[in-house]
Write a protein that binds this ligand. Structure first.
Ligand SMILES: Cc1cc2nc3c(=O)[nH]c(=O)nc-3n(C[C@H](O)[C@H](O)[C@H](O)COP(=O)(O)OP(=O)(O)OC[C@H]3O[C@@H](n4cnc5c(N)ncnc54)[C@H](O)[C@@H]3O)c2cc1C
Length: 282
């Protein structure tokens, strides 16, 4: 079997953190499997998080009204993106799997990782309006969020004080990763490692190592394929009427975001369909 390339995008400040231990476990486990593993250690790299004019080498197309998306798309086409972005884009191109390892910050990723998304996933390189979601640039690649929380698992249940983790994950997994085409694997969540006994942390590490042994062949999360939608400006990129009709009798929405005013399909952003029989597209 050809050697697989894995990129780990790591966003924690401390080499002694639990996140660093999780990163090291992934590097070791995947290397032992024969993968070529690259780590982008964002804080160590002092990766810039803000999307600015400094990301473009040379003249701007429209200096009077700076539009980051437009300017970086042209810069990408002309090979004029800053070196740090180009280096990350090469790593993305090479990788079959990307693991994002981070602590949950404000129901989301730390700013440095959000900056990686903003700056590396340039229009043209990572998506176009013709090629997105299941038709996206990275449709043959897999991605997984692996993160730690401060909160306990119960707090992120539908009746917990933080609300349903599936809702929290939708913007990251659907709005960023799947938008660019990635097949998104079920997230690996380490609930509250700072507030549990040391033995529980060791179990978490062991569970992660065990999952890493089969990660590359896992089935991705269910998502609504592009074919379900009228992908035209006249159609408004909404569900095709025939699909809407088919969905009427189904008990759940299609996905966390495409809920159609019905109950959310349980675990839509946390479990792959094979692990959960409530995939309402079936
Ligand atoms: C700005 C900000 C926003 C936040 N927002 C949220 C939020 O919205 N929701 C939420 O739930 N949380 C939130 N948090 C909390 C944050 O998610 C947690 O603090 C973080 O996930 C804990 O992970 P860590 O790697 O930093 O833990 P650490 O504190 O580094 O580690 C936890 C424990 O593991 C130990 N450890 C380290 N290495 C190993 C090893 N090899 N084996 C065993 N044990 C080890 C450490 O010594 C420590 O005792 C936020 C925090 C900040 C700063």
């Amino acid at each position: 079997m050809a050697q697989k390339a894995v990129l780990i995008v790591f966003a924690h400040q401390s080499a002694a953190s639990f996140n660093a231990a999780l990163r090291d476990a992934a590097v070791q486990e995947l290397t032992d499997q024969g993968c070529r593993v690259t780590v982008s250690d964002l804080y160590a790299m002092k990766f810039r998080s803000s999307a600015t004019q400094d990301d473009i080498i040379g003249e701007l197309k429209n200096p009077d009204l700076f539009q980051y998306g437009e300017e970086t798309m042209h810069a990408w086409m002309e090979g004029r993106l800053s070196d740090d972005i180009t280096a990350e884009q090469r790593k993305v191109e090479e990788a079959q799997l990307i693991i994002f390892q981070f602590p949950l910050y404000w129901f989301s990723v730390p700013a440095i990782l959000k900056g990686w998304f903003d700056r590396v996933l340039t229009q043209g390189f990572a998506f176009t309006l013709q090629n997105m979601y299941s038709g996206g640039a990275f449709k043959d690649k897999k991605a997984v969020l692996s993160f730690t929380t401060g909160a306990a698992e119960t707090m992120f249940q539908p009746d917990g004080i933080n609300g349903d983790i599936n809702v929290t994950l939708w913007p990251l997994q659907h709005g960023i990763l799947h938008f660019c085409g990635f097949q998104v694997l079920a997230p690996q969540i380490f609930w509250s490692p700072a507030h549990c006994p040391a033995a529980a942390r060791l179990q978490m590490l062991e569970g992660w190592r065990a999952r890493l042994r089969g990660l590359l062949t896992e089935t991705p999360l269910a998502s609504a394929p592009c074919e379900l939608f009228d992908l035209s400006f006249q159609g408004g990129f909404t569900l095709r009427p025939a699909v809407k009709e088919q969905q009427e009798t189904r008990p759940f929405g299609i996905s966390t975001g495409h809920h159609l005013g019905k109950p959310l399909p349980p675990n839509n952003q946390t479990k792959a369909p094979s692990e959960d029989s409530t995939d309402s597209r079936k």
